[in-house]
Design a protein around this ligand. Structure first.
Ligand code: PFF
Length: 498
């Protein structure tokens, strides 16, 4: 397999351009839509604490590893893994790590785009003054109306996928650098203003307690939507490991790790940049935005007496309340959703990039970049239709009943919790909490035990010794053991109560 030379592929113009693109990838719906809703579902402060620990012991070392691998391989993730494996005299099958990541990217973008579509619709809702002086029930009615029409969701999903595909088709660097440069500071300022507004609400103190006073019972025992512990037949609380898995999965998701997005961006990074420094900058920005989002949203939750565990609808139920009451709220709300849309878009671009880079670098005779992007855009768009229906309320039960109906079986009954799941939640859970950690695990095992030492040394020459030692200890022992432990502990049978 021939190595594509740097000259053919281009590089970021500066180290700053790489940081901006990676920050653009990291900061997105994960920070403002997903982080608050999982914090609300899985117990507040204790969840945040565990998440932060995972960012430190898993997210940071995995990010360094991905950038290092990408910059060493200088190709799309499939080619990079294959080339580096062969250089070390190992099996070319390592390329499947790249493949696995591309599949994860397809699946993630398929539902990510549907949520981004909702955000886009909310730009217009906010601008039209629809939220002015609404009650919490009024805001809920607006959301229910909107999501009950799959064709509308589909239209927004389509527009978002077209916008993303167009940019990826033109090459990632065009436009992205400039957009992210003004977008991120603007989003940050708006978030700070929202937090300022939230401080004036009566629920602010309660929100701060919820976010920063860890209560581990809330992390480890199952609760209903109102935060009451669920009891089994014997009246005992029910142990759950799901929140820990979600915290780990989110440390990958929010930093765009485990699927090759950061690897492919790293492949365009110049040799002189210190990987640990850029990692620190990206992680700091990402974490700050997530915490600010929590501080903006939970005061609204407690002030309006909403249950924190609303799930994926949380931002669509809370933020409009603020925009409906604050002075200049419709303009401000429109701007906020618009910036969030751009943040989602710069993440979506990175979700598509590994596959497009692979297709256009490997099958360049048949697919130029534009053709590669278009094909991949269409496939992801089609996959997204599943999430469109799931968002408008279709569950697995509905799917099974329709399929049974096609075969003329009218009275089939699908009972049980499994059938009330919807595919949106399943895809989200499986990609973020299982696929990304597995992908990341494979990458660090590769860097720690398979790759040639000299290659690593050459790539990390700009690092300080202690950083290098720390990174090595983490990726050899701490990080893989942490990931494996989180997976395996789920399989261990647990006593119901403390
Ligand atoms: N990090 C993005 C977010 O937090 O919204 C989502 C994401 C982008 C996940 C790219 C994975 C990825 F490869």
């Amino acid at each position: 397999m021939d190595t594509v030379s740097i000259n053919h592929r281009g590089q970021w113009s500066t180290r700053m351009a790489f940081i901006l693109a990676a920050v653009g990838s990291a900061i997105g719906l994960g920070n403002i839509w997903k982080f608050p809703y999982i914090v609300g579902m899985y117990g507040g402060g204790a969840f945040i604490l565990v998440y932060l620990v995972f960012i430190l012991i898993i997210g940071m070392p995995v990010m360094m590893t991905e950038i290092m691998l990408g910059r060493r391989g200088r190709q799309n993730p499939v080619g990079t893994m294959q080339t580096l494996a062969m250089q070390a005299g190992q099996s070319a099958a390592w390329r499947y790590v790249g493949w696995f990541g591309m599949v994860a990217g397809f699946l993630i973008l398929s539902y990510y785009s549907v949520v981004a579509g909702e955000v886009m619709a909310y730009v217009f809702r906010a601008g039209s003054g629809a939220f002015d002086n609404q009650t919490a029930d009024g805001i809920r009615a607006i959301l229910t109306d909107f999501v009950s029409e799959p064709e509308k969701l589909l239209a927004w999903h389509t527009i978002f996928m077209v916008l993303t595909t167009v940019v990826v088709a033109r090459g990632v660097r065009l436009g992205l650098e400039r957009t992210v440069r003004w977008l991120m500071p603007a989003l940050f300022i708006l978030l700070v203003i929202l937090v300022g507004y939230a401080m004036s609400l009566k629920g602010f103190g309660q929100a701060v307690n919820f976010l920063f006073e860890p209560d581990f019972d809330k992390l480890f025992y199952l609760q209903d939507a109102h935060g009451k512990f669920v009891l089994d037949e014997a009246g005992q609380r029910v142990f759950t490991w799901t929140p820990v898995m979600v915290a780990m999965g989110h440390s990958f998701f929010t930093l765009s790790l485990g699927m090759g997005a950061i690897m492919v961006y790293g492949s365009y990074l110049g040799r002189e940049a210190s990987i640990s420094r850029v990692t620190l900058a990206i992680v700091a920005a990402d974490t700050l935005v997530a915490i600010l989002a929590g501080l903006a949203i939970f005061p609204l939750v407690f002030t309006a007496d909403l249950a924190p565990a609303q799930g994926p609808d949380l931002i669509f139920l809370t933020l409009p309340l603020a925009f409906g009451t604050m002075p200049g709220g419709s303009l401000f709300g429109m701007l906020f959703f618009l910036l969030l849309l751009f943040a989602a878009w710069s993440s979506a671009i990175s979700l598509m990039e590994p596959a497009v880079a692979w297709l256009s670098e490997n099958r360049s005779k048949r697919f130029d970049r534009a053709a590669a992007a278009s094909w991949i855009g269409v496939i992801i768009w089609l996959l997204g239709i599943i999430s469109v229906f799931a968002t408008s309320g279709t569950t697995l039960r509905d799917v099974f009943e329709s399929v049974a109906g096609w075969f003329g079986i009218e009275d089939a009954r699908f009972t049980g919790k499994f059938f009330s799941l919807n595919l949106f939640n399943i895809i989200d859970f499986a990609t973020a909490n299982i696929m990304l950690p597995l992908g990341g695990l494979a990458m660090i095992i590769f860097a720690a035990w398979v790759m040639r030492r000299e290659s690593i040394q050459a790539e990390l020459a700009a690092e300080r010794t202690f950083v290098l030692t720390l990174w090595r200890i983490l990726i050899r022992y701490v990080t893989p053991l942490a990931i494996v432990f989180v997976f395996l502990y789920r399989l261990v049978p647990h006593p119901s109560s403390a």
